[in-house]
Ligand binder design. Structure first.
Ligand SMILES: Nc1ncnc2c1ncn2[C@@H]1O[C@H](COP(=O)(O)OP(=O)(O)OP(=O)(O)O)[C@@H](O)[C@H]1O
Ligand SMILES: [Mg+2]
Length: 434
């Protein structure tokens, strides 16, 4: 969760009794701080293979997927020579190990051929405040001290193009089923509802199953056409239009509903879908993307661009195979992210031979986030009523699973309120007297 989301107002804050997870030590948590970059051109001039490698790793990250990055060796000298002939890009990354005075001279030379508006980030060896201040005074956007990691770079670039104070960018959670009908939408809706209820944080569900989506039914709403209109003209979607297209379900939950008509053809492009979700995420702290079980360029794009992925599988062989394929693809494409989350749904069905949780975990190489039992009574009745499971029966076993999934996605943990015995104050007093 980015710092901006913790501090900004209007639905972007998370009140108690849930608190943010303590910062995790491993790399993926650091990547949470980097937000997606706009469509900009970046040219890096490196001196050492380590910095070139860090730039390369950052360039392959999903958050830089819209940028165009080129990397050249040769440091400032190469940059000066290059820009005498060519226009400068939006952003130049320069690695230089020159001492203060010669660095300033090099930059002045570069400034002659630099277009106004080009940002420059310098990676140097000296951890020197005087140098830093001097560079900032000269219009350098940022100075990073080597060695730098891909995460350092992504965070730095993200801060240059996203203002943490004014540009809240919501977290996107993509939900996909390993097979059709495994309960992925049901889990998406219940988790989103739980998040909105428990954290009092705004969340929008984007129903990407345009022909058969169940979001309207599940929340007992008769929604406007919503997402289909947005997808028809993604460039026209702004905050005002978005407001008109969303259906409000409760104070903190709104749905971007599917039209669910079959006589209309929809053109789903990866760019269009991404543009629509980008507008939604500018307006709410959490977006739950309910993906249908289809494999197309746009589903793949939405899945790989999400901040967190939830794969729902039923405990059988076809689900195991498909879940493994999705996990492998996601892992290969998102080296800087945490692994996708696995939810085993409709488990422990009587008399049905099942593949065990352990077997799933072994084959996929990850821990299951939640196991939800087959419970036709609660799920069937809640669906028919257009209610969430917790609304229908707060005692249903699955409500805790939805809570666990919601908190894991939002990187929050539940603060368990300790139940105190009525004798506790007297016991405390006795203890103090001893
Ligand atoms: N744990 C469960 N126990 C019993 N029924 C369940 C459970 N989870 C989901 N269901 C039911 O299974 C049906 C299919 O669920 P859902 O539509 O969420 O699946 P899906 O994976 O989104 O399907 P699609 O492939 O169509 O997108 C629904 O009727 C739902 O109520
Ligand atoms: Mg579905």
């Amino acid at each position: 969760m980015s710092k901006s989301l913790q501090s900004s107002a209007s639905g972007f804050e998370a009140p108690s009794p849930y608190e943010l997870d303590p910062p995790r030590a491993e790399a993926p948590a650091l990547s949470d701080r980097a937000r997606p970059l706009p469509r900009i051109s970046i040219q890096a001039f490196c001196e050492t293979p380590d910095v070139a490698e860090a730039v390369h790793a950052a360039s392959e990250d999903r958050r830089l997927s819209k940028t165009h990055v080129t990397i050249q060796m040769g440091g400032t000298a190469a940059a000066v020579a290059h820009y005498q002939e060519s226009p400068t890009p939006n952003l130049i990354i320069l690695e230089t190990h020159a001492p203060h005075a010669s660095l300033v001279a090099e930059l002045e030379e570069l400034a002659h051929s630099c277009d106004a508006g080009t940002k420059v980030v310098i990676i140097g060896a000296a951890n020197d405040v005087v140098l830093y201040r001097d560079l900032m005074k000269r219009g350098i956007s940022e100075y990073l001290v080597a060695p730098v990691t891909a995460f350092d770079l992504m965070e730095c670039l993200s801060n240059l193009y996203n203002n943490p104070a004014s540009d809240p960018v919501g977290q996107v959670f993509a939900f996909i089923g390993a097979k059709g009908g495994v309960g992925s939408s049901t889990i998406c809706h219940n988790v989103a509802w739980t998040l909105s209820d428990a954290l009092s944080a705004d969340i929008t569900i984007a129903d990407m199953d345009l022909a058969f989506g169940t979001t309207g039914l599940d929340f007992n709403q008769d929604p406007v056409q919503g997402i289909a209109d947005a997808l028809q003209n993604p460039d026209r979607l702004d905050e005002v239009l978005l407001d008109r297209l969303l259906t409000t379900c409760s104070k903190h939950l709104s749905i971007f509903a599917a039209p669910v008509v079959l006589d209309r053809d929809y053109e789903m492009t990866p760019e269009g879908c991404e543009a629509v979700i980008d507008v939604v995420r500018q307006n709410v702290p959490f977006v739950a993307v309910d993906l249908p079980h289809t494999w197309a360029p746009w589903t793949k794009r939405l899945l790989l661009q999400a901040d967190e992925i939830v794969i729902t599988a039923m405990p059988d062989l076809a689900n195991l195979r498909n879940a493994k394929n999705i996990v492998d693809l996601v892992r290969a494409a998102r080296k800087n992210d945490t692994a996708p989350h696995l939810v085993l749904n409709m488990a422990n069905m009587q008399k049905r031979p099942e593949i065990t949780q352990k077997e799933f975990e072994g084959a996929l190489g990850l821990e299951t986030l939640a196991v939800i039992d087959f419970d036709c009574e609660n799920f069937g009745q809640a669906a028919n009523n257009g209610q969430m499971i917790e609304e229908f029966n707060a005692k249903a076993k699955s409500t805790q699973a939805f809570r666990d999934i919601a908190m894991a996605l939002a990187h929050r943990k539940e603060i368990k309120v300790e139940k105190r015995s009525p004798l506790a104050p007297i016991l405390d007093k006795l203890k103090r007297m001893r």
